[in-house]
Design a protein around this ligand. Structure first.
Ligand SMILES: O=C(O)C1=C[C@@H](OP(=O)(O)O)[C@@H](O)[C@H](O)C1
Ligand SMILES: C=C(OP(=O)(O)O)C(=O)O
Length: 440
């Protein structure tokens, strides 16, 4: 685990930002950052490919800890994975009969929630385990759902086992998915392969991150599986085949958010190319959040450009749909002018770490003002002034680490602990950050 001296940058417009997003000469940040593939799209494409009728190809595959764990798990379960020798991001997936195996989930929500329903289709025992903190992440909901659908499950959290018989009866199940949208997505991804398909009813407080469920429904449609969503909080899938698809993964917009935030806090400019015109990725909404905070935002010819203002404005935002962006947005709020309120994100207590507690502790440690509410955070910003230097703990959470890097850009002496944790979804984050600053 290594500590990382977060680089700082001179505040002010970058080389091309003085008169507009495309005009000349300043001294600050001015960069174009190309992002690797989306974690969420990659891990959905890989699961669908493993359950499909024939071989699929996934292009632009994210190669990071979460997606490499998914590839390893699918291989252990009997899927043939062929990585193109010319590009590790082009992966062919050849489905085979699923068999018993040991699955390491790491800290990946997408592995621990998407694979148990697929493992239920295996013949044999599948043992799931993961990182120490993964054992504390909410899991019972999907395991109880599988029990209700006729699957033999032993355990309520990691580690647990599934004894597959080669088929799953399926049918109707009622769950409380307020802890994570991944409970719904996980069931939906495999549902067409269940004998009776599935009807999932959500009963409980609102489901978070619903754009991620839209992503699942959308990708299933691409694979020929129709999800009936005509009744709110009910998802119905008829049994049927999952088609093989030639997938192309969009860049990861939630990871892009951290780089765009760098422009926001420094008054510089950052551009992200290949920004999709239409997407189900909730990360796309960072554009609206940055605009609300006073950034100049432009989406032109497939590139999203952001230029930061003199001082960021405080915001009052319900982040239930886009909870994944909270650490990035909280870092911005810590430097904004006034008090920000971030709500609708109680479920973040079950993410990679308790993100509400972690953000409160770390922002406070650097001299900022942040308190937890029942369902979010209240943050009084510094109105552009620096916080004070010190260690920013990462809690094995990639987005905590990148939030520390954002604050560190304008706060001398910030040391981000365990920067390697960013490899969960972003290989070589430190290198990308340095290159963005022109210091590679
Ligand atoms: O399905 C997905 O790919 C994800 C769903 C969301 O989970 P929650 O609904 O648990 O927030 C999100 O935060 C996570 O990063 C990825
Ligand atoms: C919540 C996240 O991840 P996971 O897929 O592990 O739930 C995240 O990436 O912010």
């Amino acid at each position: 685990m290594s500590s990382w001296n977060a680089p700082t940058v001179t505040r002010g417009p970058g080389a091309s930002a003085a008169g507009g997003l495309d005009a000349p000469a300043g001294g600050g940040l001015d960069a174009t950052v190309e992002l690797p593939g989306s974690k969420s799209i990659t891990n959905r494409a890989l699961v669908l490919a493993a359950l499909a009728e024939g071989p699929s190809t996934v292009r632009g595959t994210l190669r990071s800890r979460d997606t490499n764990l998914m590839l390893a798990a699918l291989e252990a379960l009997g899927t043939e994975i062929r990585v193109d020798p010319a590009s590790e991001t082009t992966v062919s997936v050849l489905p085979g009969p699923l068999r018993g195996a040991a699955v390491d989930c790491g800290l990946a929500g997408t592995v621990m929630r998407f694979l148990p329903p697929a493992a239920a289709l295996a013949t044999g025992r599948v043992l799931f385990d993961g990182d120490p903190h993964a054992r504390e992440r909410p899991q019972t909901t999907i395991l109880d759902a599988l029990r209700g659908l006729g699957v033999a499950v032993d355990g309520d959290r990691l580690p647990f086992t599934i004894d597959g018989t080669g088929s799953v009866p399926g049918g109707e199940v009622t769950i409380d998915a307020s802890g994570s949208s991944q409970f719904v997505s996980g069931l939906l991804l495999s549902a067409a392969r269940f004998d009776a398909g599935v009807v999932i009813r959500h009963d409980g407080p609102p489901v978070p991150s619903t754009p991620h469920i839209d992503m699942t429904v959308d990708m299933l449609a691409t694979a020929g599986v129709v999800v009936d969503t005509s009744v709110p909080n009910v998802w119905t899938v008829a049994p049927g085949p999952i088609a093989a698809v030639d997938w192309t993964v969009e860049p990861d917009l939630s990871n892009a958010a951290a780089f765009l935030a760098a422009a926001a806090v420094t008054g510089g400019t950052v551009r992200v190319p290949y920004w999709p015109a239409v997407t189900t990725q909730p990360g796309a909404r960072i554009a609206d959040v940055l605009a609300a905070m006073g950034c100049a935002v432009e989406h032109l010819d497939g590139t999203l450009s952001v230029r930061g203002p003199e001082v960021l404005k405080a915001v009052d935002l319900d982040l239930r749909d886009i909870g994944e962006l909270t650490p990035t947005i909280a870092a911005l709020c810590a430097l904004a002018d006034g008090e920000s309120v971030l709500s609708g994100i109680a479920h973040l207590r079950g993410h990679e770490t308790d993100r509400l507690a972690a953000l409160t502790t770390e922002i406070t440690r650097l001299g900022g003002t942040c308190t937890e509410t029942d369902d979010g955070l209240r943050i009084r910003g510094t109105a552009g002034a620096s916080l004070r230097g010190g260690t920013w703990e990462s809690y094995a959470d990639h987005r905590m680490a990148t939030a520390g890097a954002i604050i560190g850009l304008v706060t001398p002496g910030v040391i981000v602990a365990d920067i390697e944790t960013t490899s969960k979804t972003l290989p070589d984050f430190p290198g990308m950050w340095q290159r963005m600053l022109g210091r590679a």
